[in-house]
Design a protein around this ligand. Structure first.
Ligand code: NDP
Length: 310
């Protein structure tokens, strides 16, 4: 049976942006309801050490930090629920939202903080070995490849960071870069070039991830831009080619940019729909930091509070 619930603030997503919005709106007595989605705690739960979030002079693990922020939101009465929003209707206020396909909610405002997800190349063989040697998170899975040979795809800061991290665990790391140069910052590039067991393969693309269903990944077939092909022997194949925003749910209803990020009025969290706010990586292709996401969750909460007071 369908049940209808009425709320003032509905927060969709549970990274630092969503939880911070929950802290602020619950302290403002708006009784927010937050749905945690597919990955409770968001991308930070797949990180190891966070050393640049102010207030943790010794650093803290990503999952621990998210558990702390979550507890802080709960302390002020935010309702944090597990569940996935499966449909939204933002065409008129109050907005209608469906959770897990059947539960209906009517809400006066929405804060979208659904974050972003890692991109994959789209190869069939890559999908086949996902979780069996193919990963988009070196910090989560690198441990399984100690003293083995692995490859990282990408030429940005993430790829360089993941390659140097893996180089500290693995015997050898291939960095597969499609251009003749790295896009990463100079400092990150230097780290890569100064790490003995990283071999950068410029102007290379992956044709196929090789392996079998029993043992997982055993290699990759690469093609150089001059057309020549060769194989490398690896046990792990890591993607670090960027992220895409989790906005599929809102497509056609809310204004997105060419890459699918939610557009907001500069300096605010306001979207093109009054009463709908966006915070964190779902609207930010540039900074993507825990602290910037948390800050933008605060902005969304304050914008939302002002909107509800009107
Ligand atoms: P970027 O978009 O910066 O880089 C993506 C990389 O993947 C590029 O080298 C790109 O190649 C490559 N790529 C994309 N698609 C493919 C494909 N289909 N096949 C092969 N290669 C592909 O993403 P990042 O995640 O590295 O960084 C995102 C943002 O986060 C950046 O602003 C970055 O500076 C920041 N960041 C900062 C860090 C830090 O300061 N410590 C750490 C991590 C990220 P091409 O160059 O040819 O387009």
């Amino acid at each position: 049976m369908t049940t209808m619930e009425k709320v003032k603030v509905l927060i969709i997503g549970s990274g630092p942006a969503g939880y911070t919005a929950a802290i602020y709106t619950s302290r403002a007595n708006l009784q927010p309801v937050l749905y945690e989605g597919i990955e409770p705690g968001g991308q930070l739960t797949t990180t190891t050490e966070v050393e640049n979030f102010p207030g943790y002079p010794e650093g803290i693990s990503g999952p621990e930090m998210m558990a702390d922020i979550r507890r802080q939101a709960e302390r002020f009465g935010a309702e944090l629920r597990s569940g996935i929003i499966t449909r939204v209707d933002l065409s008129s206020r109050p907005f209608h939202v469906v959770v897990d396909g059947d539960k209906e909610i009517e809400t006066e405002s929405v804060i979208i903080s659904t974050g972003a997800s890692a991109k994959y190349l789209g190869l069939e063989s890559e999908a086949r070995f996902r979780g069996q040697g193919v990963s988009a998170c070196a910090t989560c899975d690198g441990f399984f490849y100690r003293k083995k040979d692995v490859a990282v795809v990408g030429g940005g800061d993430t790829a360089c960071e993941e390659a140097t991290y893996l180089a500290s665990l693995c015997r050898k790391v291939y960095l597969i870069v499609r251009k003749p140069f790295l896009r990463a910052s100079k400092a990150m590039q230097e780290r890569v070039f100064n790490t003995e067991n990283i071999e950068v393969l410029f102007e290379h693309n992956t044709v196929e991830v090789l392996g079998d269903d029993m043992m997982g990944v055993s290699g990759a077939l690469l093609r150089k831009n001059d057309g020549t092909e060769h194989k490398i022997d690896i046990s792990g194949f890591f993607l670090a080619i960027g992220h895409h925003p989790n906005t599929e749910l809102f497509a056609g209803q809310i204004e997105l940019d060419a890459e699918g990020y939610i557009k907001t009025v500069p300096g605010t969290s306001r979207t093109n729909i009054e009463g709908v706010f966006a915070a964190g990586d779902v609207k930010d292709p540039h900074y993507r930091q825990a602290i910037t996401a948390a800050g933008s969750g605060c902005i969304a909460a304050l914008d939302c509070e002002r909107f509800l007071l009107k």
